[in-house]
Every structure is written in structure tokens, then in C-alpha cells.
Design a protein around this ligand. Structure first.
Ligand code: ADP
Ligand code: S3P
Ligand code: MG
Length: 170
């Protein structure tokens, strides 16, 4: 019988969880789930809109409710949102019951990647983006450290290289 595999990807926004997670699911022939996509489809709205109309706390509450059932989906790879590690039971689950890959990214490279896209945390703060991202890293680094099983440096530009490294270790 084929062994079931449950992988979760954690890391800062822009670290490539969504992009590489999707490639990886095809390579490993397992289900791909993205917690942000789950929020968007369940509430039929946009993450930016949730942030601006209801605030971050509302997004976190929605994320928390929806992530629980998808964490335990067998034979899947879950691309978490960068702040999912704020939920205590998510950390507990990642630590105890899952293979958790930490996509580790420097703030310098992160600021290039997120400056041009629609992350609510970065939309309104273009002028002090770097400082805010450093602050977010400081807040989250200890949480990623707590839950990860394998860490990958994802500052490199080649998706292929990152993908090959991950597959080689799986
Ligand atoms: N290794 C990489 N090299 C260059 N750009 C990348 C890399 N990984 C992701 N990106 C880009 O960064 C942005 C965020 O990627 P995404 O997969 O959405 O990350 P996350 O889900 O971790 O926030 C996208 O525009 C993506 O194309
Ligand atoms: O780091 C964060 O707090 C967030 C990261 C985003 O997901 P990605 O990490 O996939 O960009 C998304 O959940 C939301 O914009 C908040
Ligand atoms: Mg993502």
C-alpha cells in the first residue's frame, strides 16, 4: 500500500508557498490546498477586501475556522498563509502530525517579490515596506522555528532548483 503523505508549507508572504506548493503537488501526485484560496472561495470575496472592510482580525478568524479541516486532509500539500502560525493549534498540529517545510526568505528578496502584488499587508505601506517586513519577520521567525521539520533557503530565483531540492528530500 502506498504511504500517505501530509506536507505543509510555512514561511513569509512571497516565499513561494503557493507557487511551489502547486508544482510540488503535481510532482508528488497529491492534493494541493491553499488556505488563502479556501478563505476566498468560502467567503466569496477577496483577502484585500476582508482586510480593508473588516480588518486583519476578521481575516485571522476566517483563516482559523477554515484551516482546521484542511490541515488534516490526507495525502495533500497545504500552502499556508504566512500568518497561519499565529493560531496555536495550527502550530501544535504542524509540529506533531505533519511534515512541515519552512520556506526561508530574506527581507531584501521578499520586498522585491511582494511590492508588486496584492498582499493587504503591503498595499498601503509602500514607503516603509522594508521596515514593516522586518517587523513581521521578527514577530514570526520564532514561530516558524518552532514548527518546521525541514528548512529551505528560497532566496534563489530558480523554481526548478527549489522544487528539485524539496523532491530530493521527500
Ligand atoms: N524562487 C522564486 N524566485 C522568484 N520569484 C518567486 C520565487 N518564488 C515565488 N516568487 C514570486 O513571488 C511572488 C509570491 O509568490 P507566492 O508563491 O504567492 O508566495 P507565497 O504563497 O509564499 O506568498 C509571486 O509573484 C511569485 O512569482
Ligand atoms: O503573512 C500574512 O500575514 C499574510 C500572507 C498571505 O498569504 P501568503 O503567505 O501566501 O502570501 C495572506 O494570508 C494574507 O495576505 C496575510
Ligand atoms: Mg500564498
Amino acid at each position: 500500500m502506498k504511504e500517505l503523505i501530509n506536507i505543509s508549507l510555512v514561511g513569509l508572504m512571497g516565499s513561494g508557498k503557493t507557487t511551489i506548493g502547486s508544482f510540488l503537488s503535481k510532482q508528488l501526485n497529491i492534493l494541493y490546498i491553499d488556505s488563502d484560496i479556501t478563505v476566498v472561495t468560502n467567503y466569496n470575496t477577496d483577502i484585500v477586501l476582508i482586510y480593508y472592510i473588516e480588518g486583519e482580525h476578521s481575516f485571522r478568524a476566517k483563516e482559523e475556522i477554515l484551516i482546521e479541516p484542511i490541515l488534516i486532509k490526507p495525502n495533500s500539500i497545504l500552502a499556508t498563509g504566512g500568518g497561519s502560525v499565529f493560531h496555536i493549534y495550527v502550530c501544535k498540529f504542524l509540529l506533531e502530525s505533519n511534515i512541515t517545510l519552512w520556506f526561508k526568505l530574506d527581507v531584501k528578496e521578499q520586498s522585491k517579490r511582494v511590492a508588486s502584488n496584492k498582499r493587504p499587508l503591503t498595499l498601503s505601506i509602500r514607503s516603509c515596506l522594508y521596515i514593516i517586513l522586518e517587523h513581521i519577520l521578527k514577530e514570526r521567525h520564532k514561530l516558524y522555528l518552532k514548527v518546521f521539520n525541514i528548512v529551505f533557503n528560497v532566496n534563489i530565483k530558480s523554481y526548478m532548483l527549489i522544487l528539485n531540492k524539496v523532491c530530493w528530500l521527500m
